[in-house]
Design a protein around this ligand. Structure first.
Ligand SMILES: CC(=O)SCCNC(=O)CCNC(=O)[C@H](O)C(C)(C)COP(=O)(O)OP(=O)(O)OC[C@H]1O[C@@H](n2cnc3c(N)ncnc32)[C@H](O)[C@@H]1OP(=O)(O)O
Length: 196
């Protein structure tokens, strides 16, 4: 597997791949000359001609940055799903998705492309997560929730059943989201309110 990015999230992705006994054979980073990476692999700026048939994961936590990289990458995308993640077999998982240690994704879910479901998050039944969404560590997304493209649900937040979060929203860490959230909103607190 190739990974793009060399920060903290990339280390988590490498840990997942290692648990899956999959080797990181190359790492792309825009600042590759300054990258110190513990394992031996090719380090380079993005180049579509390097190992063109190897799959790639964009290991960048920032949603907008991950989307920008996806627009230029020519490689096809892989998946990184930690063996401790419980993903119901009915869940439709997109491409480039990263599902971290000790997560649960319940029946009937749809996970868009390049979504991150971070450590110990719970995504309950029939949730729809848009492309490039990020569910932060320890967040609980109750049943039937929608999270729009490129939105972040901050660490430890709770989203109540059936709530719809628009695109490019930020839900502050530790929030309780009780009502629908419009596109581009930044909300936080219990109950979550606009903080822009
Ligand atoms: C592995 C990983 O690390 S994955 C990382 C996942 N990331 C996260 O969970 C981080 C989520 N980010 C946050 O919670 C941030 O605080 C944000 C994005 C909501 C707000 O950040 P900023 O835009 O910089 O806002 P800022 O810090 O200036 O705060 C604005 C106001 O909102 C309040 N506020 C900020 N965050 C929160 C929060 N999580 N809950 C309640 N209130 C909050 C602040 O106290 C401040 O209130 P005030 O104006 O009365 O003083």
């Amino acid at each position: 597997m190739l990974i793009y990015g060399a920060g903290g999230h990339a280390k988590v992705v490498a840990s997942i791949l290692s648990a899956c006994e999959e080797r990181v054979v190359g790492l792309f980073d825009d600042d590759w000359q300054n990258v110190i990476w513990p394992d031996q692999c090719i380090l380079h700026g993005y180049d579509p001609l390097i190992m063109p048939i190897e799959k790639l994961i964009i290991a960048i936590g920032g949603n907008q940055a991950r989307r920008q990289v996806a627009e230029k990458v020519v490689h096809s995308f892989g998946l990184a799903i930690h063996p401790t993640a419980l993903v119901d077999r009915s869940v439709r998982v997109g491409t480039g998705v990263v599902i971290v240690h000790n997560t649960v994704v319940q029946a009937g879910g749809r996970i868009g492309d390049h979504v991150i479901i971070n450590t110990a998050a719970i995504v309950d039944h029939e949730c729809i997560l848009g492309n490039f969404a990020h569910i932060g560590p320890g967040a609980t997304i109750c049943g039937g929730v929608r999270v729009g493209e490129c939105s972040l649900v901050g660490a430890g937040s709770v989203v109540l059943p059936g709530v719809s979060i628009g695109k490019e929203c930020i839900i502050g860490a530790g929030s309780v989201v009780t009502r629908n959230v419009p596109d581009y909103a930044k909300v936080a607190g219990n109950p979550a309110r606009n903080i822009d």
